[in-house]
Ligand binder design. Structure first.
Ligand SMILES: Cc1cc2nc3c(=O)[nH]c(=O)nc-3n(C[C@H](O)[C@H](O)[C@H](O)COP(=O)(O)O)c2cc1C
Ligand SMILES: [Fe+2]
Ligand SMILES: [Fe+2]
Length: 406
Protein backbone atom coordinates (compact mmCIF):
# COMPACT_ATOMS: atom_id res chain seq x y z
CA UNK A 1 0.00 0.00 0.00
CA UNK A 2 1.36 3.41 -0.88
CA UNK A 3 1.48 5.80 2.04
CA UNK A 4 1.47 9.56 1.99
CA UNK A 5 2.50 12.03 4.59
CA UNK A 6 2.53 15.75 5.20
CA UNK A 7 5.19 17.19 7.45
CA UNK A 8 5.94 20.77 8.39
CA UNK A 9 9.68 20.85 7.88
CA UNK A 10 10.36 24.54 8.52
CA UNK A 11 8.47 27.72 9.23
CA UNK A 12 5.86 27.91 6.49
CA UNK A 13 7.26 24.95 4.60
CA UNK A 14 5.52 21.59 4.18
CA UNK A 15 6.81 18.38 2.69
CA UNK A 16 4.18 16.32 0.85
CA UNK A 17 5.66 12.86 0.41
CA UNK A 18 4.27 9.83 -1.34
CA UNK A 19 5.91 6.54 -0.34
CA UNK A 20 5.61 4.32 -3.40
CA UNK A 21 6.17 0.72 -2.40
CA UNK A 22 4.14 -0.58 -5.34
CA UNK A 23 6.63 0.37 -8.02
CA UNK A 24 8.86 -2.45 -9.21
CA UNK A 25 10.82 -0.86 -12.04
CA UNK A 26 11.57 2.84 -11.77
CA UNK A 27 11.25 4.41 -15.25
CA UNK A 28 10.17 0.93 -16.35
CA UNK A 29 13.79 -0.13 -16.12
CA UNK A 30 15.46 -0.07 -12.72
CA UNK A 31 14.54 -2.71 -10.15
CA UNK A 32 13.67 -0.94 -6.90
CA UNK A 33 12.43 -3.44 -4.31
CA UNK A 34 13.21 -0.73 -1.78
CA UNK A 35 10.61 1.59 -3.34
CA UNK A 36 10.89 5.33 -3.89
CA UNK A 37 9.27 8.52 -2.63
CA UNK A 38 8.05 11.53 -4.60
CA UNK A 39 8.54 14.72 -2.62
CA UNK A 40 6.57 17.88 -3.33
CA UNK A 41 6.82 20.99 -1.19
CA UNK A 42 4.40 23.74 -0.26
CA UNK A 43 5.79 27.08 0.74
CA UNK A 44 3.55 29.61 2.45
CA UNK A 45 5.23 32.88 1.72
CA UNK A 46 3.44 35.88 3.21
CA UNK A 47 -0.01 34.87 2.02
CA UNK A 48 1.32 33.50 -1.23
CA UNK A 49 1.17 29.76 -1.69
CA UNK A 50 3.91 28.24 -3.77
CA UNK A 51 3.85 24.58 -4.70
CA UNK A 52 7.11 23.02 -5.79
CA UNK A 53 6.55 19.94 -7.96
CA UNK A 54 3.83 17.31 -7.59
CA UNK A 55 3.60 13.50 -7.64
CA UNK A 56 3.21 10.77 -10.18
CA UNK A 57 -0.02 10.76 -12.22
CA UNK A 58 -1.33 7.55 -10.61
CA UNK A 59 -1.47 9.35 -7.27
CA UNK A 60 -2.94 12.66 -8.44
CA UNK A 61 -6.15 12.25 -6.40
CA UNK A 62 -4.17 11.40 -3.27
CA UNK A 63 -2.02 14.43 -3.93
CA UNK A 64 -5.02 16.73 -3.98
CA UNK A 65 -6.37 15.15 -0.78
CA UNK A 66 -3.08 15.65 1.01
CA UNK A 67 -2.80 19.24 -0.23
CA UNK A 68 -6.30 19.98 0.98
CA UNK A 69 -5.15 19.13 4.48
CA UNK A 70 -2.83 22.13 4.38
CA UNK A 71 -4.27 24.64 1.93
CA UNK A 72 -7.33 25.44 -0.12
CA UNK A 73 -6.08 24.26 -3.52
CA UNK A 74 -7.74 27.27 -5.20
CA UNK A 75 -5.45 29.52 -3.16
CA UNK A 76 -2.23 28.24 -4.72
CA UNK A 77 -0.61 31.16 -6.53
CA UNK A 78 2.48 29.57 -8.08
CA UNK A 79 3.53 26.11 -9.12
CA UNK A 80 7.24 25.71 -9.69
CA UNK A 81 7.85 22.88 -12.14
CA UNK A 82 11.46 22.01 -11.49
CA UNK A 83 11.42 19.02 -13.79
CA UNK A 84 8.86 17.60 -16.22
CA UNK A 85 9.60 13.91 -15.73
CA UNK A 86 6.15 12.54 -14.90
CA UNK A 87 7.21 11.18 -11.50
CA UNK A 88 7.02 14.86 -10.49
CA UNK A 89 4.72 16.51 -13.01
CA UNK A 90 2.11 13.74 -13.31
CA UNK A 91 -0.35 15.32 -10.86
CA UNK A 92 0.05 18.79 -12.39
CA UNK A 93 -3.05 18.68 -14.67
CA UNK A 94 -5.34 17.56 -11.84
CA UNK A 95 -3.83 20.15 -9.52
CA UNK A 96 -4.38 22.97 -12.02
CA UNK A 97 -7.90 21.80 -12.72
CA UNK A 98 -8.75 21.85 -9.00
CA UNK A 99 -7.04 25.22 -8.77
CA UNK A 100 -9.16 26.63 -11.60
CA UNK A 101 -5.96 27.32 -13.55
CA UNK A 102 -5.42 30.34 -11.33
CA UNK A 103 -1.81 29.55 -10.48
CA UNK A 104 1.09 30.74 -12.54
CA UNK A 105 3.45 27.94 -13.52
CA UNK A 106 7.13 28.81 -13.21
CA UNK A 107 9.84 26.84 -14.91
CA UNK A 108 12.63 26.58 -17.42
CA UNK A 109 11.52 27.98 -20.81
CA UNK A 110 11.42 24.49 -22.31
CA UNK A 111 8.78 23.46 -19.75
CA UNK A 112 5.92 25.35 -21.45
CA UNK A 113 6.02 23.19 -24.59
CA UNK A 114 6.56 20.07 -22.53
CA UNK A 115 3.46 20.72 -20.42
CA UNK A 116 1.43 21.28 -23.58
CA UNK A 117 2.66 18.13 -25.28
CA UNK A 118 2.66 15.88 -22.21
CA UNK A 119 -0.72 16.92 -20.82
CA UNK A 120 -2.52 18.91 -23.53
CA UNK A 121 -3.13 21.88 -21.25
CA UNK A 122 -1.86 25.48 -21.51
CA UNK A 123 -1.64 26.99 -18.05
CA UNK A 124 -0.39 30.51 -17.31
CA UNK A 125 3.33 30.16 -17.66
CA UNK A 126 6.31 32.30 -16.73
CA UNK A 127 9.79 31.23 -17.78
CA UNK A 128 12.37 31.85 -15.10
CA UNK A 129 15.84 33.03 -16.06
CA UNK A 130 18.97 31.35 -14.78
CA UNK A 131 20.06 32.94 -11.50
CA UNK A 132 16.99 35.13 -11.38
CA UNK A 133 14.94 36.06 -8.36
CA UNK A 134 11.21 36.29 -8.45
CA UNK A 135 9.41 38.02 -5.60
CA UNK A 136 6.81 35.80 -4.06
CA UNK A 137 4.96 37.66 -1.34
CA UNK A 138 7.55 39.95 0.15
CA UNK A 139 10.48 37.57 -0.34
CA UNK A 140 12.18 36.30 -3.44
CA UNK A 141 12.73 32.78 -4.65
CA UNK A 142 15.93 32.22 -6.58
CA UNK A 143 16.18 29.87 -9.53
CA UNK A 144 19.16 28.05 -10.97
CA UNK A 145 19.23 26.18 -14.25
CA UNK A 146 20.76 22.77 -13.64
CA UNK A 147 20.32 21.21 -17.08
CA UNK A 148 20.78 17.44 -17.45
CA UNK A 149 20.47 16.76 -13.77
CA UNK A 150 18.36 14.94 -15.01
CA UNK A 151 16.71 16.40 -18.15
CA UNK A 152 17.34 19.68 -20.03
CA UNK A 153 14.51 21.32 -18.07
CA UNK A 154 15.85 20.76 -14.56
CA UNK A 155 16.05 23.78 -12.31
CA UNK A 156 16.66 24.17 -8.60
CA UNK A 157 14.84 26.64 -6.38
CA UNK A 158 16.38 28.40 -3.41
CA UNK A 159 14.42 30.01 -0.59
CA UNK A 160 16.87 32.52 0.95
CA UNK A 161 14.82 33.20 4.06
CA UNK A 162 14.93 29.50 5.00
CA UNK A 163 18.27 28.52 3.46
CA UNK A 164 16.44 25.66 1.75
CA UNK A 165 17.56 24.42 -1.65
CA UNK A 166 14.90 22.47 -3.52
CA UNK A 167 17.15 20.32 -5.64
CA UNK A 168 14.76 18.25 -7.79
CA UNK A 169 16.36 14.92 -8.77
CA UNK A 170 19.82 15.95 -7.55
CA UNK A 171 20.68 14.56 -4.11
CA UNK A 172 17.68 12.24 -4.29
CA UNK A 173 17.71 8.68 -3.14
CA UNK A 174 15.75 5.50 -3.74
CA UNK A 175 14.01 3.74 -0.84
CA UNK A 176 11.29 4.79 1.55
CA UNK A 177 13.20 6.33 4.41
CA UNK A 178 11.75 5.69 7.85
CA UNK A 179 12.30 9.35 8.69
CA UNK A 180 11.84 12.60 6.81
CA UNK A 181 15.26 14.03 7.66
CA UNK A 182 18.71 12.53 7.66
CA UNK A 183 18.98 13.17 11.39
CA UNK A 184 21.70 11.13 12.99
CA UNK A 185 23.90 11.52 9.91
CA UNK A 186 24.24 9.70 6.67
CA UNK A 187 23.73 5.98 7.18
CA UNK A 188 25.38 3.49 4.80
CA UNK A 189 21.90 2.40 3.70
CA UNK A 190 20.99 5.82 2.37
CA UNK A 191 24.44 6.40 0.89
CA UNK A 192 23.88 3.16 -1.02
CA UNK A 193 20.45 4.22 -2.29
CA UNK A 194 21.60 7.74 -3.17
CA UNK A 195 24.51 6.35 -5.20
CA UNK A 196 22.23 3.82 -6.89
CA UNK A 197 19.80 6.63 -7.77
CA UNK A 198 22.51 8.89 -9.15
CA UNK A 199 24.14 6.11 -11.16
CA UNK A 200 20.98 4.75 -12.73
CA UNK A 201 19.03 7.96 -13.30
CA UNK A 202 21.65 10.66 -13.90
CA UNK A 203 24.71 8.48 -14.55
CA UNK A 204 24.83 9.31 -18.24
CA UNK A 205 25.01 13.05 -17.53
CA UNK A 206 27.40 12.99 -14.59
CA UNK A 207 29.54 15.89 -15.86
CA UNK A 208 26.46 18.10 -15.49
CA UNK A 209 26.21 17.20 -11.82
CA UNK A 210 29.67 18.70 -11.39
CA UNK A 211 28.62 21.82 -13.30
CA UNK A 212 25.50 22.21 -11.16
CA UNK A 213 27.40 21.87 -7.90
CA UNK A 214 29.97 24.33 -9.16
CA UNK A 215 27.24 26.79 -10.08
CA UNK A 216 25.70 26.56 -6.61
CA UNK A 217 29.12 27.13 -5.09
CA UNK A 218 29.73 30.21 -7.22
CA UNK A 219 26.32 31.61 -6.32
CA UNK A 220 27.56 31.75 -2.73
CA UNK A 221 24.23 30.75 -1.25
CA UNK A 222 24.04 29.36 2.23
CA UNK A 223 22.48 25.92 2.03
CA UNK A 224 21.09 24.87 5.40
CA UNK A 225 18.74 22.23 4.04
CA UNK A 226 18.61 20.29 0.78
CA UNK A 227 15.09 19.26 -0.11
CA UNK A 228 15.22 16.82 -3.03
CA UNK A 229 12.38 15.33 -5.04
CA UNK A 230 13.09 11.78 -3.80
CA UNK A 231 13.99 10.40 -0.42
CA UNK A 232 15.50 12.08 2.58
CA UNK A 233 15.64 15.80 3.27
CA UNK A 234 19.26 16.55 4.11
CA UNK A 235 19.65 18.90 7.04
CA UNK A 236 22.10 17.37 9.51
CA UNK A 237 25.07 18.04 7.22
CA UNK A 238 24.04 18.88 3.65
CA UNK A 239 27.70 19.30 2.67
CA UNK A 240 28.19 15.59 3.15
CA UNK A 241 25.77 14.51 0.43
CA UNK A 242 27.24 17.17 -1.87
CA UNK A 243 30.71 15.69 -1.24
CA UNK A 244 29.44 12.22 -2.08
CA UNK A 245 27.82 13.52 -5.23
CA UNK A 246 31.09 15.10 -6.33
CA UNK A 247 32.92 11.80 -5.88
CA UNK A 248 30.23 9.79 -7.63
CA UNK A 249 29.93 12.26 -10.49
CA UNK A 250 33.65 11.74 -11.10
CA UNK A 251 33.16 7.96 -10.70
CA UNK A 252 35.95 8.04 -8.15
CA UNK A 253 36.97 4.55 -7.09
CA UNK A 254 36.92 3.57 -3.45
CA UNK A 255 40.36 2.17 -2.89
CA UNK A 256 40.29 -1.62 -2.57
CA UNK A 257 36.73 -2.02 -3.86
CA UNK A 258 36.31 -4.36 -6.82
CA UNK A 259 32.97 -5.20 -8.38
CA UNK A 260 32.86 -8.62 -10.04
CA UNK A 261 30.05 -9.28 -12.49
CA UNK A 262 29.54 -12.49 -14.41
CA UNK A 263 27.08 -14.66 -16.22
CA UNK A 264 27.60 -18.39 -16.41
CA UNK A 265 25.25 -20.80 -18.14
CA UNK A 266 26.81 -24.04 -16.87
CA UNK A 267 29.40 -22.88 -14.35
CA UNK A 268 32.55 -22.65 -16.52
CA UNK A 269 32.96 -18.89 -16.27
CA UNK A 270 31.84 -19.10 -12.66
CA UNK A 271 34.80 -21.34 -11.79
CA UNK A 272 37.19 -18.84 -13.41
CA UNK A 273 35.60 -15.92 -11.61
CA UNK A 274 35.97 -17.72 -8.29
CA UNK A 275 39.71 -18.02 -8.90
CA UNK A 276 40.05 -14.34 -9.77
CA UNK A 277 37.94 -13.03 -6.91
CA UNK A 278 39.67 -15.33 -4.40
CA UNK A 279 43.05 -14.02 -5.52
CA UNK A 280 41.86 -10.42 -5.14
CA UNK A 281 40.33 -11.10 -1.72
CA UNK A 282 43.55 -12.77 -0.56
CA UNK A 283 45.33 -9.59 -1.58
CA UNK A 284 43.10 -7.50 0.63
CA UNK A 285 40.50 -6.31 -1.88
CA UNK A 286 36.85 -6.12 -0.97
CA UNK A 287 35.08 -7.86 -3.82
CA UNK A 288 31.36 -7.36 -4.37
CA UNK A 289 30.05 -10.05 -6.70
CA UNK A 290 26.96 -9.97 -8.93
CA UNK A 291 26.05 -13.19 -10.73
CA UNK A 292 23.66 -14.25 -13.46
CA UNK A 293 23.23 -18.03 -13.48
CA UNK A 294 20.49 -20.64 -13.84
CA UNK A 295 19.59 -20.15 -10.19
CA UNK A 296 19.93 -16.41 -9.67
CA UNK A 297 19.90 -13.07 -11.43
CA UNK A 298 21.32 -10.02 -9.73
CA UNK A 299 19.53 -6.71 -10.01
CA UNK A 300 20.92 -4.59 -12.85
CA UNK A 301 20.20 -1.43 -10.87
CA UNK A 302 22.35 -2.68 -7.98
CA UNK A 303 25.19 -3.61 -10.33
CA UNK A 304 25.21 -0.15 -11.90
CA UNK A 305 25.00 1.57 -8.50
CA UNK A 306 27.87 -0.43 -7.03
CA UNK A 307 30.06 -0.24 -10.13
CA UNK A 308 30.09 3.56 -10.04
CA UNK A 309 32.52 3.84 -7.15
CA UNK A 310 34.46 0.61 -7.63
CA UNK A 311 38.20 0.93 -8.09
CA UNK A 312 38.06 -1.76 -10.78
CA UNK A 313 35.67 -4.20 -12.41
CA UNK A 314 36.06 -7.87 -13.25
CA UNK A 315 33.60 -9.10 -15.83
CA UNK A 316 33.06 -12.76 -16.69
CA UNK A 317 31.22 -13.70 -19.85
CA UNK A 318 30.96 -16.62 -22.23
CA UNK A 319 30.49 -16.63 -25.97
CA UNK A 320 26.89 -17.04 -27.03
CA UNK A 321 25.82 -17.33 -30.68
CA UNK A 322 29.08 -15.83 -31.87
CA UNK A 323 28.67 -12.84 -29.58
CA UNK A 324 28.71 -12.08 -25.85
CA UNK A 325 26.15 -13.64 -23.52
CA UNK A 326 23.17 -11.26 -23.95
CA UNK A 327 22.68 -10.17 -20.35
CA UNK A 328 26.33 -9.22 -20.00
CA UNK A 329 26.32 -7.49 -23.38
CA UNK A 330 23.35 -5.44 -22.17
CA UNK A 331 25.02 -4.79 -18.84
CA UNK A 332 28.23 -3.69 -20.54
CA UNK A 333 26.16 -1.25 -22.57
CA UNK A 334 24.58 0.08 -19.36
CA UNK A 335 27.98 0.33 -17.65
CA UNK A 336 29.28 2.27 -20.66
CA UNK A 337 26.33 4.67 -20.56
CA UNK A 338 26.03 5.19 -16.83
CA UNK A 339 29.43 4.57 -15.28
CA UNK A 340 31.83 5.46 -18.12
CA UNK A 341 35.22 6.22 -16.61
CA UNK A 342 38.87 5.25 -16.75
CA UNK A 343 38.45 2.36 -14.34
CA UNK A 344 40.40 -0.82 -15.02
CA UNK A 345 38.43 -3.82 -16.17
CA UNK A 346 39.62 -7.42 -16.22
CA UNK A 347 37.63 -9.57 -18.65
CA UNK A 348 37.34 -13.31 -18.09
CA UNK A 349 35.84 -15.21 -20.97
CA UNK A 350 35.10 -18.76 -22.09
CA UNK A 351 33.98 -20.28 -25.38
CA UNK A 352 33.15 -23.67 -26.88
CA UNK A 353 34.41 -23.50 -30.47
CA UNK A 354 35.26 -19.91 -31.38
CA UNK A 355 35.54 -17.09 -28.84
CA UNK A 356 33.88 -13.76 -29.60
CA UNK A 357 32.63 -12.43 -26.24
CA UNK A 358 35.94 -11.10 -24.91
CA UNK A 359 36.62 -8.86 -27.90
CA UNK A 360 33.04 -7.68 -28.07
CA UNK A 361 33.06 -6.63 -24.43
CA UNK A 362 36.50 -5.08 -24.60
CA UNK A 363 35.36 -2.96 -27.57
CA UNK A 364 32.24 -1.66 -25.84
CA UNK A 365 34.09 -0.80 -22.64
CA UNK A 366 37.16 0.70 -24.31
CA UNK A 367 34.93 3.00 -26.38
CA UNK A 368 33.46 4.30 -23.12
CA UNK A 369 36.92 5.10 -21.77
CA UNK A 370 37.49 2.08 -19.54
CA UNK A 371 41.00 0.63 -19.42
CA UNK A 372 40.84 -3.04 -20.27
CA UNK A 373 43.63 -4.46 -18.12
CA UNK A 374 43.51 -7.96 -19.60
CA UNK A 375 41.25 -10.34 -21.46
CA UNK A 376 41.80 -13.87 -20.20
CA UNK A 377 40.19 -16.27 -22.62
CA UNK A 378 39.97 -20.07 -22.30
CA UNK A 379 38.07 -22.89 -23.93
CA UNK A 380 35.37 -24.67 -21.94
CA UNK A 381 36.17 -25.33 -18.30
CA UNK A 382 39.41 -23.67 -17.13
CA UNK A 383 42.44 -26.00 -17.03
CA UNK A 384 45.16 -25.83 -14.37
CA UNK A 385 47.14 -23.64 -16.76
CA UNK A 386 44.15 -21.37 -17.26
CA UNK A 387 43.77 -21.07 -13.50
CA UNK A 388 47.41 -19.98 -13.24
CA UNK A 389 46.81 -17.34 -15.93
CA UNK A 390 43.64 -16.12 -14.22
CA UNK A 391 45.38 -15.83 -10.85
CA UNK A 392 48.31 -14.04 -12.47
CA UNK A 393 46.00 -11.55 -14.16
CA UNK A 394 44.23 -10.93 -10.85
CA UNK A 395 47.48 -10.39 -8.95
CA UNK A 396 48.76 -8.07 -11.69
CA UNK A 397 45.54 -6.05 -11.41
CA UNK A 398 45.89 -6.04 -7.62
CA UNK A 399 49.45 -4.68 -7.89
CA UNK A 400 48.39 -1.96 -10.31
CA UNK A 401 45.46 -0.91 -8.13
CA UNK A 402 47.63 -0.86 -5.01
CA UNK A 403 50.02 1.53 -6.70
CA UNK A 404 47.27 4.07 -7.33
CA UNK A 405 47.41 6.55 -4.49
CA UNK A 406 44.32 7.95 -2.79
C1 LIG B 1 23.10 -21.29 -25.96
C2 LIG B 1 24.59 -21.37 -26.12
C3 LIG B 1 25.19 -20.74 -27.18
C4 LIG B 1 26.56 -20.83 -27.38
N1 LIG B 1 27.15 -20.20 -28.43
C5 LIG B 1 28.50 -20.32 -28.63
C6 LIG B 1 29.15 -19.72 -29.76
O1 LIG B 1 28.53 -19.08 -30.58
N2 LIG B 1 30.48 -19.85 -29.91
C7 LIG B 1 31.22 -20.56 -29.00
O2 LIG B 1 32.44 -20.65 -29.14
N3 LIG B 1 30.64 -21.15 -27.93
C8 LIG B 1 29.30 -21.05 -27.73
N4 LIG B 1 28.72 -21.66 -26.65
C9 LIG B 1 29.56 -22.41 -25.72
C10 LIG B 1 29.91 -21.62 -24.46
O3 LIG B 1 30.45 -20.36 -24.78
C11 LIG B 1 30.96 -22.40 -23.67
O4 LIG B 1 30.48 -23.69 -23.37
C12 LIG B 1 31.34 -21.70 -22.37
O5 LIG B 1 32.40 -22.43 -21.77
C13 LIG B 1 30.18 -21.65 -21.41
O6 LIG B 1 30.56 -21.07 -20.19
P1 LIG B 1 29.42 -20.87 -19.07
O7 LIG B 1 28.81 -22.21 -18.82
O8 LIG B 1 30.16 -20.37 -17.88
O9 LIG B 1 28.44 -19.87 -19.61
C14 LIG B 1 27.35 -21.58 -26.47
C15 LIG B 1 26.72 -22.20 -25.39
C16 LIG B 1 25.36 -22.12 -25.21
C17 LIG B 1 24.72 -22.83 -24.05
FE1 LIG C 1 14.07 12.82 -13.39
FE1 LIG D 1 12.63 12.12 -10.28
Amino acid sequence: MVRFLTRKIADNLYLLRLDDDQIRYFEGLWEVPEGITYNAYLLVHHDKYVLIDTWKHAYASEFIEVLKGVVDVRDIDYVVVQHMEPDHSGALPKLLEENGFKAEVLGHPIVKGMIESFYHISPKFRAVADGSEIPVGSEPLKFFYTPWVHWPDNIMTYAPSLGVLFSSDAFGNYSIPSTVFDDGGLSTTYVHYARKYLATVVGHYREHVLKAINKLGEAGIEIKVIAPAHGLVWRSNPKEIIEYYLKWARAEGVKGKVVAIYASMYGFVEKAMREVTEELSERGFKVVTYAFTDSQHSLLSEVIGDALDAQALVIGVSTYEAGAFPLIEYLAELLARKTASEKSVLIVTSYGWGGAAGKKLADVLTSAGFRVADVIEFRGYPTKDDVVKLREAASKLARELSLISD
